[in-house]
Write a protein that binds this ligand. Structure first.
Ligand code: FE2
Length: 355
């Protein structure tokens, strides 16, 4: 290797699955069928998505299957699906419709169904928490409450809109809550999502979603700092999107957890996690160093659009975004559990777990 190559700065990229035309057409056809049956929250949708995923797998190349397997085994921080079909007629309206209208719109249900099918390709099950999003599988991510760069038509001047995916405020680096535990239910709480999957119905100004793969960040931290981060010592505040009166923290948690396979899981939120006055100086400096390193880490920018979909490994990767600039930006999000997750199941079909 010559010295130029050796010194070249490594620019991380999101691993990709680029669908060929015939594959995208087949995916679109199956999503249409899932939509007709009511989408991801309809009983029977999970088994239908699994069946269609099995058929799609038969159409994929060895390279594509290898990449899907790597993701399914928890080895990739994220995966970008490209080459999907988009409805060219579905142009953004002048103003964002109300959330109830969007919830029932076939275009939103179809994109949610496609998210569920893509989750099935990596052997993840779409699910909902009982305490979040009214117990529904599909979350519409858009500025419905205000706080964006441009006020909503009826937005009050000083309303506290809360930091959630239904507001337009910028969101610092975080993993998705709940933050009680990572893979196995603990003290009557299900683990955090293993993955979130996002596509866009409209993103007219190409506003990016940013992700931060955490392995390089953790690898650079001093060992003593990593030890502090694995201690059950960090406090956090409840998520604004949880149903009123639910999701309160039970106590302090670790930010990092290692498992026997040599991998880690992280739970973190830049604007919710803290230490307290009684924390040791070592603990405080570990959180401070982590925060500094997260902010200086390379962020991968993804312009999510209707013809692509971003799958984020929620145990290895943080995500964040700037203040919403165009109030018509509408993302469609689902959570996924891998086969390793052990939640507390309240309802099997559709899958609803205790938060
Ligand atoms: Fe988020």
């Amino acid at each position: 290797m010559n010295s130029n190559n050796k010194n070249k700065k490594h620019t991380p990229r999101v691993p990709k699955i680029c669908f060929k035309h015939a594959q995208a057409v087949a995916i679109d056809r199956y999503c249409h069928r899932l939509t007709e049956k009511g989408g991801p929250h309809a009983p029977g949708s999970a088994i239908r998505a699994e069946t269609y995923a099995y058929v799609i797998m038969e159409m994929l190349s060895k390279d594509q299957i290898r990449t899907l397997d790597q993701y399914a085994q928890g080895k990739l921080p994220a995966l970008l699906f490209t080459g999907l079909k988009r409805d060219e007629q579905d142009i953004p309206p002048d103003t964002m419709p109300c959330i109830q209208q969007l919830d029932e719109h076939p275009a939103c249900i179809k994109l949610a169904a496609r998210n569920q099918l893509l989750l099935s390709l990596v052997r993840h099950a779409a699910f909902a928490y009982d305490i979040d999003n009214d117990g529904k599988t599909t979350r519409l991510v858009g500025n419905f409450r205000g706080g964006g760069a441009t006020p909503l038509p009826l937005e009050p001047a000083c309303e506290n809109v809360g930091l959630s995916s239904h507001a337009g405020l910028s969101l610092g680096p975080h993993t998705e809550p709940p933050y009680y535990c990572s893979r196995t239910a603990l003290e009557n709480h299900s683990p955090a999502p293993c993955a979130l999957i996002l596509t866009a119905r409209w993103n007219p100004r190409n506003e990016p979603t940013r992700i931060i793969p955490m392995k390089p960040v953790i690898d650079r931290l001093p060992g003593c700092c990593v030890v502090e981060l694995t201690s059950k010592s960090f406090q956090y505040t409840r998520s604004d999107c949880f149903i009123e009166g639910t999701g309160e923290p039970d106590g302090c948690i670790p930010i990092l957890q290692h498992d026997s396979a040599g991998t880690f899981s992280i739970r973190y939120n830049d604007y919710r996690f803290s230490t307290n006055d009684r924390s040791s100086p070592e603990l405080q400096s570990a959180l401070s160093l982590l925060r500094t390193d997260i902010h200086s880490a390379p962020k991968l920018e993804i312009n999510i659009q209707p013809d692509n979909t971003l799958l984020i490994n929620n145990t290895l990767t943080l995500h964040c975004r700037d203040t919403v600039s165009d109030n018509r930006r509408l993302l469609i999000r689902l959570f996924g559990y891998s086969s390793y997750a052990q939640p507390i199941i309240l309802n099997n079909d559709p899958l609803i777990v205790k938060g």
